[in-house]
Write a protein that binds this ligand. Structure first.
Ligand code: HEC
Ligand code: HEC
Length: 236
């Protein structure tokens, strides 16, 4: 008994320290829950079995915000057209679980969806053509283009293209396509990562990175990807 108490006590003391050490100097109480989708074989199968026809029907209740064609109708509503189904499925789970992504209007729309329905709607949105280039955006500076293609070694920033692809098309299994995304949504969601308000993915890729970018760089990167327009992965 005494030994058990000692071990339990030790764990209580040690585990928050461990989390703290892992968390990029973030106090444990500020850490949001991690991703809730860990891509077990079962989860992958659910997404693979998504049915675009059923998804299209379900998406009728999403279209007054995300558009009939998956292009958001307001600046803060993200485009979903052409997005990787696995990524969309995961985000729907994150809104439903509340902690990883906290957004009440979205939560209300997804809380009654089953896993299969989430897969259906995700596959439907993946089947749509992605956003066209927004040529009203001015071309960005060389520094911004360099962040995309080379990153910044001094600040330990990996090139965006290394993960999101040269055309912003994303990568398997759930690195999102970001080409053609809405500027306002893009900047807001990058800020949410930086403030640890949006869940880290299992590798903590985005939170570490976004906190080292300046506000004007976030704007510049959003402009770069809007002007680039959307692209789909070749395998899709
Ligand atoms: C009232 C407007 C509204 C409705 C209706 C709505 N959404 Fe959203 N959706 C939003 C907003 C705003 C965001 C951005 C929220 C945030 O910042 O996290 C969002 C975010 C998302 C995202 C995250 C996209 C990304 O790139 O990470 C997905 C996926 C999504 N919605 C799917 C759906 C689906 C599927 C439905 C219908 C079942 C739906 N939405 C209904 C407004 C809406
Ligand atoms: C190490 C890989 C990696 C690098 C480098 C990276 N990202 Fe990401 N990014 C991800 C992953 C993984 C996600 C999805 C996180 C999740 O599951 O919510 C993501 C999500 C995003 C999102 C949210 C998309 C949406 O629809 O909500 C944006 C915007 C984004 N990244 C932009 C960038 C930019 C700009 C850069 C370069 C400065 C960059 N990323 C560098 C892996 C990376």
């Amino acid at each position: 008994m005494a030994v058990k108490c000692f071990v339990a006590g030790l764990l209580l003391v040690v585990s928050p320290m461990f989390v703290y050490a892992q968390s990029n100097k973030m106090p444990p109480d500020k850490m949001p829950p991690k991703a809730t989708v860990l891509w077990t074989a079962e989860e992958q199968q659910i997404v693979d079995s998504g049915d675009a026809t059923r998804g299209k029907e379900l998406a009728e209740r999403c279209s007054h915000c995300h558009g009939e064609n998956g292009i958001g109708v307001e600046p803060e509503v993200p485009n979903l057209a052409g997005q990787l189904a696995a990524y969309t499925y995961k985000q729907l789970q994150h809104y439903k679980a509340k902690g990883p992504r906290n957004h009440n209007p979205m939560r209300r729309r997804v809380r009654r969806l089953s896993n299969q329905e989430m897969a259906d709607v995700a596959v439907f949105y993946e089947s749509l053509p992605p956003a066209a280039p927004d040529l009203s955006q001015p071309p960005v500076s060389e520094e911004i283009t360099k962040l995309v293609t080379h990153g910044d070694q001094q600040r330990g920033l990996t090139a965006c293209a290394a993960c999101h692809g040269e055309r912003g098309e994303g990568a398997p299994i759930d690195t999102p396509a970001i080409g053609g995304q809405k500027i306002e949504y893009f900047v807001t969601t990058m800020q949410l990562f930086a403030q640890f308000e949006r869940a880290r993915d299992v590798y903590n890729s985005m939170c570490d990175l976004t906190s080292r970018l300046k506000d004007d760089e976030l704007q510049g990167l959003a402009g770069y990807y809007a002007r680039l327009g959307g692209a789909k992965l070749a395998t899709q």
